[in-house]
Write a protein that binds this ligand. Sequence first.
Ligand code: ADP
Length: 371
Amino acid sequence: MVLPVLLLCPTGKDAHLIASVLQHDRVNTQTTLTINELCEVDYDNAGAIIVAEESLTKEGLAIFNEKLSSQKGWSDIPIILLSSGSGSGRNQQFKLKDLEAFVTNGNVTLLERPLRPLTLSSATQVALRARRRQFQVQSLLQSQLKATKIRDEFISIAGHELKTPLTSLKLQTQMTRRQIVRPEIFVKDKMYKQLDYTIHQIDRLNKLVDDMLDISRISDGKLTLIRTKVNLSLLLHELIERFTPQFEAVGINVKTDIQEEVIGIWDSYKLEQVVNNLFSNAIRYSPNEALSIGLYTCGDKAIFNVKDEGMGIEAHNLERIFERFERVSSVTSGLGLGLYITRQILDLHQANIRAESEMGKGSNFIIELPL
Ligand code: ADP
């Protein structure tokens, strides 16, 4: 990080001398001739300030103090004050106690003149090092604040998403209980339906909790693969069969074009998660439409795609949806984690996923998976 040093010297000659000493250490300088000029600079982009004592007046010192105290909480710019020396002829335009207060209360190093170039250069390096630390702490602080904000938002979304199935689970269970204690209202088919719905809600809760656990595994770098020989064609047929009741329930008509015996060395459970995520997105974002599922090999890759004819995704969101916590449609009912986890799993397989979409016409999720 290259941070310029601000100079306040009443004469251009002194400024030039200081600048040439610092230039030797590859330090950039910016000269100002008055305190007002110095106070107009944005200290957020500066490394240190070198002030010649004779540039200060009582009023100037007050303006400077005010500017210094208006710095942001993390910022305390180092100041090197070049004293006029203890000799006579000092132009004391301020009370000495004002200067003392400035030196003791501020982040000020006082260097007596006459000065060896090495003294100036080493004091400047120490000041710049301290300043760089301030910037590092600040950027760490900012990223922590951002992470805390994301986490808080996530907790609130997760709480909401967990609450919804819990509320309907409680309702279903109360209805089931009422039917058991009052045989006159017991209808076997109705009870079956209620229990199916209960199972569906439990599945939903399970998926939410699994996603949350995966996210913490991903953050800890603990998401790993257990690779075995997997027949993806068979796995897909199995998953389509398992999802058929849910597809039917929302009016999705499935068309398949699956090449048989597409076999690779993959993590079967994790690929199942990938397919689950794409299928459950189709259920949520593309009900009552056709869904095409394709699988074939091309060279040393398996190409798998899930294409719906639903609401579609705006072009500028096509990359964003694979980021953590990103939910881009108003009818969403998830944590914005499914596609993020999907991409992480595929990354571990050295595979890639992309989405193509047209608003109102549908979305196609295409995966290229090395065999
Ligand atoms: P979520 O669990 O919130 O759906 P995902 O990571 O699975 O999280 O998806 C991220 C966002 O991408 C969703 O909130 C939704 O806005 C959009 N999305 C995902 N799949 C589709 C799809 N098939 N059609 C339209 N939008 C989709």
